[in-house]
Write a protein that binds this ligand. Structure first.
Ligand code: 3PG
Ligand code: MG
Length: 395
Protein backbone atom coordinates (compact mmCIF):
# COMPACT_ATOMS: atom_id res chain seq x y z
CA UNK A 1 0.00 0.00 0.00
CA UNK A 2 1.32 3.43 -0.94
CA UNK A 3 1.35 6.12 1.69
CA UNK A 4 0.99 9.85 1.39
CA UNK A 5 4.77 10.15 1.70
CA UNK A 6 5.17 8.41 -1.66
CA UNK A 7 3.53 11.32 -3.48
CA UNK A 8 4.23 14.92 -4.26
CA UNK A 9 0.91 16.67 -4.66
CA UNK A 10 2.13 19.74 -6.55
CA UNK A 11 -0.58 20.87 -8.94
CA UNK A 12 -2.77 17.87 -7.97
CA UNK A 13 -6.28 17.79 -6.64
CA UNK A 14 -6.36 15.23 -3.85
CA UNK A 15 -9.74 13.60 -3.22
CA UNK A 16 -9.47 12.71 0.45
CA UNK A 17 -11.82 10.50 2.48
CA UNK A 18 -11.60 11.72 6.06
CA UNK A 19 -13.65 10.63 9.06
CA UNK A 20 -15.22 13.86 10.28
CA UNK A 21 -18.01 11.93 12.00
CA UNK A 22 -17.70 14.06 15.14
CA UNK A 23 -20.21 14.68 17.93
CA UNK A 24 -22.22 17.94 17.80
CA UNK A 25 -24.20 19.53 20.63
CA UNK A 26 -27.65 21.19 20.38
CA UNK A 27 -26.04 24.39 19.12
CA UNK A 28 -24.39 22.34 16.36
CA UNK A 29 -20.94 22.89 17.84
CA UNK A 30 -18.28 20.20 17.68
CA UNK A 31 -17.80 18.72 21.17
CA UNK A 32 -14.83 16.46 20.39
CA UNK A 33 -12.33 17.62 17.78
CA UNK A 34 -10.06 14.56 17.97
CA UNK A 35 -10.86 13.35 14.48
CA UNK A 36 -10.46 16.81 12.94
CA UNK A 37 -7.12 17.33 14.69
CA UNK A 38 -5.94 13.93 13.54
CA UNK A 39 -6.52 14.73 9.86
CA UNK A 40 -4.66 18.05 9.82
CA UNK A 41 -1.11 16.72 9.09
CA UNK A 42 -2.37 14.89 6.00
CA UNK A 43 -4.13 17.98 4.69
CA UNK A 44 -1.16 20.24 5.44
CA UNK A 45 1.28 17.95 3.65
CA UNK A 46 -0.86 18.14 0.51
CA UNK A 47 -1.28 21.92 0.73
CA UNK A 48 2.43 22.45 1.43
CA UNK A 49 3.32 20.37 -1.62
CA UNK A 50 1.27 22.81 -3.70
CA UNK A 51 -1.80 20.62 -4.06
CA UNK A 52 -5.42 21.20 -3.19
CA UNK A 53 -7.76 19.18 -0.96
CA UNK A 54 -11.26 17.95 -1.75
CA UNK A 55 -12.66 16.44 1.43
CA UNK A 56 -15.33 13.75 1.65
CA UNK A 57 -16.85 12.50 4.88
CA UNK A 58 -20.01 11.23 6.50
CA UNK A 59 -21.53 12.65 9.66
CA UNK A 60 -23.94 10.50 11.64
CA UNK A 61 -26.40 8.13 10.03
CA UNK A 62 -28.91 10.21 8.04
CA UNK A 63 -31.64 8.00 6.63
CA UNK A 64 -33.68 10.22 4.32
CA UNK A 65 -31.47 12.65 2.46
CA UNK A 66 -30.20 16.02 3.67
CA UNK A 67 -30.88 17.10 7.26
CA UNK A 68 -29.28 20.11 8.92
CA UNK A 69 -28.21 18.23 12.04
CA UNK A 70 -26.06 15.96 9.87
CA UNK A 71 -24.57 18.77 7.75
CA UNK A 72 -20.78 18.99 7.54
CA UNK A 73 -21.25 22.76 7.24
CA UNK A 74 -21.13 22.83 11.06
CA UNK A 75 -17.50 21.81 11.18
CA UNK A 76 -16.23 24.52 8.78
CA UNK A 77 -15.17 26.95 11.59
CA UNK A 78 -13.16 24.26 13.43
CA UNK A 79 -11.48 23.02 10.28
CA UNK A 80 -10.70 26.48 8.91
CA UNK A 81 -9.15 27.57 12.17
CA UNK A 82 -6.90 24.53 12.40
CA UNK A 83 -5.80 24.66 8.77
CA UNK A 84 -5.42 28.42 8.73
CA UNK A 85 -6.98 28.57 5.26
CA UNK A 86 -10.59 29.35 4.36
CA UNK A 87 -12.65 26.23 3.75
CA UNK A 88 -14.87 26.26 0.67
CA UNK A 89 -18.04 24.21 0.84
CA UNK A 90 -20.11 22.37 -1.77
CA UNK A 91 -23.61 21.79 -0.48
CA UNK A 92 -23.85 18.50 -2.33
CA UNK A 93 -21.00 16.00 -2.71
CA UNK A 94 -21.90 15.26 -6.35
CA UNK A 95 -23.63 17.22 -9.12
CA UNK A 96 -22.95 20.52 -10.83
CA UNK A 97 -21.97 22.59 -7.80
CA UNK A 98 -19.44 20.04 -6.57
CA UNK A 99 -17.99 19.67 -10.06
CA UNK A 100 -17.75 23.44 -10.57
CA UNK A 101 -16.20 24.07 -7.17
CA UNK A 102 -13.70 21.24 -7.65
CA UNK A 103 -12.72 22.46 -11.11
CA UNK A 104 -12.15 26.00 -9.86
CA UNK A 105 -10.02 24.85 -6.93
CA UNK A 106 -6.50 26.33 -6.91
CA UNK A 107 -3.31 24.96 -5.29
CA UNK A 108 -3.39 25.64 -1.54
CA UNK A 109 -7.21 25.62 -1.40
CA UNK A 110 -9.55 23.33 0.50
CA UNK A 111 -13.04 22.24 -0.54
CA UNK A 112 -15.28 20.36 1.87
CA UNK A 113 -18.10 18.35 0.30
CA UNK A 114 -21.44 17.92 2.05
CA UNK A 115 -22.16 14.63 3.88
CA UNK A 116 -21.78 11.72 1.45
CA UNK A 117 -24.52 9.81 3.34
CA UNK A 118 -27.13 12.32 2.13
CA UNK A 119 -27.16 9.95 -0.86
CA UNK A 120 -28.23 6.38 -0.16
CA UNK A 121 -25.80 5.30 -2.89
CA UNK A 122 -22.95 5.97 -0.45
CA UNK A 123 -23.69 3.15 1.98
CA UNK A 124 -24.90 0.95 -0.89
CA UNK A 125 -21.42 1.25 -2.41
CA UNK A 126 -23.00 2.29 -5.72
CA UNK A 127 -20.49 2.26 -8.61
CA UNK A 128 -21.95 5.15 -10.60
CA UNK A 129 -22.08 7.35 -7.52
CA UNK A 130 -18.50 6.38 -6.62
CA UNK A 131 -17.39 7.35 -10.12
CA UNK A 132 -19.01 10.76 -9.75
CA UNK A 133 -17.04 11.31 -6.56
CA UNK A 134 -13.87 10.01 -8.18
CA UNK A 135 -14.22 12.40 -11.12
CA UNK A 136 -13.57 15.32 -8.74
CA UNK A 137 -9.90 14.56 -7.98
CA UNK A 138 -6.58 13.38 -9.47
CA UNK A 139 -5.26 11.32 -6.54
CA UNK A 140 -7.30 9.39 -3.98
CA UNK A 141 -6.22 9.54 -0.36
CA UNK A 142 -7.97 7.54 2.35
CA UNK A 143 -7.35 8.81 5.86
CA UNK A 144 -10.67 7.67 7.33
CA UNK A 145 -9.50 4.78 9.49
CA UNK A 146 -12.65 5.06 11.63
CA UNK A 147 -14.76 4.19 8.58
CA UNK A 148 -12.38 1.72 6.93
CA UNK A 149 -14.59 -1.21 7.98
CA UNK A 150 -17.38 0.08 5.69
CA UNK A 151 -17.37 -0.94 2.02
CA UNK A 152 -19.03 2.32 1.02
CA UNK A 153 -18.71 4.37 -2.17
CA UNK A 154 -16.37 7.02 -0.77
CA UNK A 155 -14.33 4.68 1.44
CA UNK A 156 -13.80 1.76 -0.91
CA UNK A 157 -15.48 1.78 -4.32
CA UNK A 158 -14.17 5.19 -5.43
CA UNK A 159 -10.58 3.96 -4.98
CA UNK A 160 -11.01 1.65 -7.96
CA UNK A 161 -11.17 4.59 -10.35
CA UNK A 162 -7.67 5.76 -9.44
CA UNK A 163 -4.19 4.71 -10.56
CA UNK A 164 -2.79 7.01 -7.89
CA UNK A 165 -4.07 6.23 -4.41
CA UNK A 166 -2.60 6.08 -0.93
CA UNK A 167 -3.34 6.18 2.75
CA UNK A 168 -2.93 9.34 4.79
CA UNK A 169 -0.99 9.76 8.02
CA UNK A 170 -3.91 8.79 10.28
CA UNK A 171 -4.57 5.51 8.46
CA UNK A 172 -0.85 4.73 8.42
CA UNK A 173 -0.38 5.40 12.14
CA UNK A 174 -3.52 3.48 13.10
CA UNK A 175 -2.45 0.37 11.19
CA UNK A 176 1.11 0.55 12.51
CA UNK A 177 0.03 0.94 16.13
CA UNK A 178 -2.52 -1.86 15.91
CA UNK A 179 0.09 -4.13 14.29
CA UNK A 180 2.62 -3.26 16.96
CA UNK A 181 0.21 -4.46 19.64
CA UNK A 182 -0.89 -7.57 17.74
CA UNK A 183 2.51 -8.70 16.48
CA UNK A 184 5.31 -7.11 18.44
CA UNK A 185 3.94 -6.54 21.93
CA UNK A 186 6.53 -6.39 24.70
CA UNK A 187 5.57 -8.50 27.70
CA UNK A 188 3.81 -8.42 30.07
CA UNK A 189 0.93 -7.59 27.73
CA UNK A 190 -2.36 -6.62 29.35
CA UNK A 191 -5.63 -6.13 27.52
CA UNK A 192 -8.47 -4.33 29.26
CA UNK A 193 -11.91 -4.93 27.82
CA UNK A 194 -14.98 -3.10 29.04
CA UNK A 195 -18.35 -1.96 27.83
CA UNK A 196 -21.85 -3.33 28.01
CA UNK A 197 -21.87 -6.46 25.92
CA UNK A 198 -19.76 -9.59 25.55
CA UNK A 199 -21.31 -10.09 22.13
CA UNK A 200 -19.52 -6.96 20.82
CA UNK A 201 -16.15 -8.11 22.10
CA UNK A 202 -16.21 -11.88 21.79
CA UNK A 203 -14.15 -12.08 18.59
CA UNK A 204 -11.45 -9.77 19.87
CA UNK A 205 -11.30 -11.52 23.23
CA UNK A 206 -10.74 -14.84 21.49
CA UNK A 207 -7.93 -13.34 19.41
CA UNK A 208 -6.33 -11.75 22.45
CA UNK A 209 -6.30 -14.98 24.48
CA UNK A 210 -3.49 -16.16 22.20
CA UNK A 211 -1.43 -13.06 22.83
CA UNK A 212 -1.92 -11.51 26.26
CA UNK A 213 -0.57 -12.32 29.71
CA UNK A 214 -3.41 -10.58 31.55
CA UNK A 215 -6.96 -10.02 30.36
CA UNK A 216 -8.95 -7.62 32.49
CA UNK A 217 -12.70 -7.62 31.91
CA UNK A 218 -14.77 -4.85 33.44
CA UNK A 219 -17.89 -2.87 32.68
CA UNK A 220 -21.39 -4.17 32.08
CA UNK A 221 -20.24 -7.36 30.41
CA UNK A 222 -18.50 -8.62 33.54
CA UNK A 223 -21.85 -9.41 35.21
CA UNK A 224 -22.63 -12.05 32.62
CA UNK A 225 -19.46 -13.82 33.80
CA UNK A 226 -20.53 -13.65 37.46
CA UNK A 227 -23.97 -14.97 36.66
CA UNK A 228 -22.35 -17.76 34.64
CA UNK A 229 -20.22 -18.67 37.68
CA UNK A 230 -23.32 -18.88 39.87
CA UNK A 231 -23.26 -15.38 41.35
CA UNK A 232 -26.24 -13.25 42.35
CA UNK A 233 -26.06 -10.11 40.22
CA UNK A 234 -29.30 -8.35 41.17
CA UNK A 235 -30.53 -6.12 38.33
CA UNK A 236 -27.13 -5.81 36.68
CA UNK A 237 -26.78 -6.06 32.93
CA UNK A 238 -26.72 -9.62 31.70
CA UNK A 239 -26.77 -11.38 28.35
CA UNK A 240 -28.66 -14.55 29.24
CA UNK A 241 -27.77 -16.16 25.91
CA UNK A 242 -24.04 -15.63 26.55
CA UNK A 243 -23.71 -17.47 29.86
CA UNK A 244 -22.21 -20.57 28.23
CA UNK A 245 -19.91 -18.43 26.19
CA UNK A 246 -18.68 -16.70 29.33
CA UNK A 247 -17.89 -20.11 30.86
CA UNK A 248 -16.07 -21.17 27.71
CA UNK A 249 -13.95 -18.02 27.79
CA UNK A 250 -13.03 -18.67 31.40
CA UNK A 251 -11.83 -22.19 30.62
CA UNK A 252 -10.06 -21.11 27.43
CA UNK A 253 -8.14 -18.49 29.38
CA UNK A 254 -7.11 -21.19 31.86
CA UNK A 255 -5.98 -23.55 29.08
CA UNK A 256 -3.89 -20.85 27.47
CA UNK A 257 -2.34 -19.72 30.72
CA UNK A 258 -3.88 -16.26 30.52
CA UNK A 259 -4.52 -14.48 33.82
CA UNK A 260 -8.21 -13.57 33.39
CA UNK A 261 -9.15 -10.85 35.85
CA UNK A 262 -12.77 -10.11 36.64
CA UNK A 263 -13.67 -7.32 39.07
CA UNK A 264 -14.19 -8.68 42.60
CA UNK A 265 -16.45 -5.81 43.65
CA UNK A 266 -18.75 -3.17 42.22
CA UNK A 267 -20.32 0.16 43.03
CA UNK A 268 -23.97 -0.82 42.97
CA UNK A 269 -27.00 1.46 42.68
CA UNK A 270 -30.74 1.09 43.22
CA UNK A 271 -31.41 3.06 40.04
CA UNK A 272 -29.74 3.85 36.71
CA UNK A 273 -29.11 7.42 37.78
CA UNK A 274 -26.34 9.55 39.20
CA UNK A 275 -28.60 10.32 42.19
CA UNK A 276 -29.25 6.68 43.02
CA UNK A 277 -28.44 5.21 46.44
CA UNK A 278 -25.11 3.42 46.15
CA UNK A 279 -23.03 0.85 48.04
CA UNK A 280 -20.01 -1.29 47.45
CA UNK A 281 -20.78 -4.97 46.89
CA UNK A 282 -19.07 -8.27 46.21
CA UNK A 283 -19.87 -9.28 42.63
CA UNK A 284 -21.13 -12.73 43.64
CA UNK A 285 -23.71 -11.23 45.98
CA UNK A 286 -25.34 -8.11 44.57
CA UNK A 287 -28.63 -7.63 46.46
CA UNK A 288 -31.95 -7.75 44.64
CA UNK A 289 -33.02 -4.30 43.44
CA UNK A 290 -29.42 -3.17 42.88
CA UNK A 291 -27.28 -3.09 39.76
CA UNK A 292 -23.53 -2.80 39.31
CA UNK A 293 -22.63 0.46 37.56
CA UNK A 294 -18.87 0.65 38.16
CA UNK A 295 -16.02 -1.51 39.41
CA UNK A 296 -15.37 -1.20 43.14
CA UNK A 297 -12.29 -0.08 45.13
CA UNK A 298 -10.70 -3.51 45.50
CA UNK A 299 -10.97 -4.14 41.74
CA UNK A 300 -9.49 -0.74 41.04
CA UNK A 301 -6.49 -1.58 43.17
CA UNK A 302 -5.91 -5.03 41.68
CA UNK A 303 -6.35 -3.84 38.10
CA UNK A 304 -4.10 -0.80 38.60
CA UNK A 305 -1.21 -2.91 39.84
CA UNK A 306 -1.38 -5.23 36.84
CA UNK A 307 -1.64 -2.38 34.37
CA UNK A 308 1.18 -0.34 35.87
CA UNK A 309 3.53 -3.33 35.66
CA UNK A 310 2.73 -4.00 32.00
CA UNK A 311 4.94 -3.21 29.02
CA UNK A 312 2.05 -3.26 26.54
CA UNK A 313 -1.51 -2.18 27.31
CA UNK A 314 -4.53 -2.31 25.03
CA UNK A 315 -7.71 -0.74 26.39
CA UNK A 316 -11.13 -0.86 24.81
CA UNK A 317 -14.32 -0.01 26.68
CA UNK A 318 -15.15 1.71 29.99
CA UNK A 319 -15.30 0.03 33.42
CA UNK A 320 -18.64 1.59 34.29
CA UNK A 321 -21.17 4.27 33.43
CA UNK A 322 -18.44 6.93 33.40
CA UNK A 323 -20.75 9.56 31.91
CA UNK A 324 -22.29 9.75 35.42
CA UNK A 325 -19.78 11.19 37.88
CA UNK A 326 -20.64 8.75 40.68
CA UNK A 327 -19.76 5.81 38.44
CA UNK A 328 -16.65 7.22 36.78
CA UNK A 329 -14.00 6.27 39.35
CA UNK A 330 -13.27 2.88 37.82
CA UNK A 331 -12.74 4.20 34.31
CA UNK A 332 -10.75 7.19 35.58
CA UNK A 333 -8.47 4.98 37.69
CA UNK A 334 -7.80 2.71 34.74
CA UNK A 335 -6.93 5.77 32.63
CA UNK A 336 -4.47 6.95 35.29
CA UNK A 337 -2.86 3.52 35.45
CA UNK A 338 -2.49 3.39 31.69
CA UNK A 339 -0.74 6.76 31.87
CA UNK A 340 1.58 5.38 34.58
CA UNK A 341 2.38 2.30 32.51
CA UNK A 342 3.27 4.62 29.63
CA UNK A 343 5.45 6.79 31.87
CA UNK A 344 7.21 3.59 32.97
CA UNK A 345 8.21 3.00 29.36
CA UNK A 346 5.30 0.82 28.27
CA UNK A 347 3.32 1.12 25.04
CA UNK A 348 -0.38 1.92 25.39
CA UNK A 349 -3.06 1.83 22.72
CA UNK A 350 -6.50 3.16 23.53
CA UNK A 351 -9.21 1.74 21.30
CA UNK A 352 -11.58 4.43 20.12
CA UNK A 353 -15.11 5.17 21.20
CA UNK A 354 -15.84 5.50 24.93
CA UNK A 355 -12.38 4.72 26.28
CA UNK A 356 -10.86 7.29 23.92
CA UNK A 357 -13.44 9.85 25.08
CA UNK A 358 -12.62 9.07 28.73
CA UNK A 359 -8.87 9.47 28.16
CA UNK A 360 -9.33 12.70 26.19
CA UNK A 361 -11.80 14.18 28.70
CA UNK A 362 -9.26 13.62 31.47
CA UNK A 363 -6.63 15.44 29.41
CA UNK A 364 -4.52 12.28 29.06
CA UNK A 365 -4.57 12.14 25.25
CA UNK A 366 -0.87 13.06 25.10
CA UNK A 367 0.13 10.88 28.05
CA UNK A 368 -0.66 7.55 26.43
CA UNK A 369 1.13 6.16 23.38
CA UNK A 370 -1.76 6.29 20.93
CA UNK A 371 -5.48 7.04 21.02
CA UNK A 372 -7.23 5.43 18.09
CA UNK A 373 -9.76 7.40 16.04
CA UNK A 374 -11.54 4.15 15.24
CA UNK A 375 -14.14 2.30 17.29
CA UNK A 376 -15.63 -0.53 15.27
CA UNK A 377 -12.86 -0.28 12.69
CA UNK A 378 -10.11 -0.94 15.24
CA UNK A 379 -11.98 -3.87 16.74
CA UNK A 380 -12.57 -5.44 13.33
CA UNK A 381 -8.94 -4.95 12.37
CA UNK A 382 -7.77 -6.56 15.60
CA UNK A 383 -10.21 -9.42 15.11
CA UNK A 384 -8.22 -10.20 11.97
CA UNK A 385 -10.82 -8.99 9.48
CA UNK A 386 -9.81 -7.33 6.24
CA UNK A 387 -10.92 -3.70 6.28
CA UNK A 388 -12.43 -2.92 2.84
CA UNK A 389 -11.10 0.64 2.94
CA UNK A 390 -7.57 -0.68 3.41
CA UNK A 391 -7.91 -3.49 0.89
CA UNK A 392 -9.07 -0.98 -1.76
CA UNK A 393 -5.77 0.89 -1.42
CA UNK A 394 -3.79 -2.28 -1.94
CA UNK A 395 -5.46 -3.34 -5.21
C1 3PG B 1 -17.71 5.72 13.67
O1 3PG B 1 -17.86 6.76 14.32
O2 3PG B 1 -17.81 4.59 14.18
C2 3PG B 1 -17.31 5.82 12.24
O3 3PG B 1 -17.30 7.15 11.82
C3 3PG B 1 -18.20 4.97 11.36
O4 3PG B 1 -19.53 5.39 11.48
P1 3PG B 1 -20.69 4.34 11.25
O5 3PG B 1 -20.61 3.34 12.39
O6 3PG B 1 -21.97 5.13 11.23
O7 3PG B 1 -20.42 3.65 9.93
MG1 MG C 1 -19.65 3.09 14.73
Amino acid sequence: MKTIQDYNFEGKKALIRVDFNVPLNDQMEVTDETRINAAIPTLKKILNDGGSCILMSHLGRPKNGPEDKFSLRHIIPNLGQKLDVPVKFADDCVGQSATDEAQALQPGEVLLLENVRFHKEETAGDEAFAQKLASLGDIYVNDAFGTAHRAHASTTVAAKSFEDKCCGYVMKAELENAQKVLEKADKPFTAIMGGAKISDKIMIIEQLLDKVDHLIIGGGMSYTFFKAMGGQIGNSLVEEDKLDLAKTLISKAKEKGVDLQLPKDSIIADNFSNDANTQTSDNYAIPAGFMGLDIGPESREVFSKIIENSKTVLWNGPMGVFEMSNFAAGTNTIAQSVVKATENGGFSLIGGGDSAAAVNNLGYGDKVSYVSTGGGALLEYMEGKVLPGVAALEE
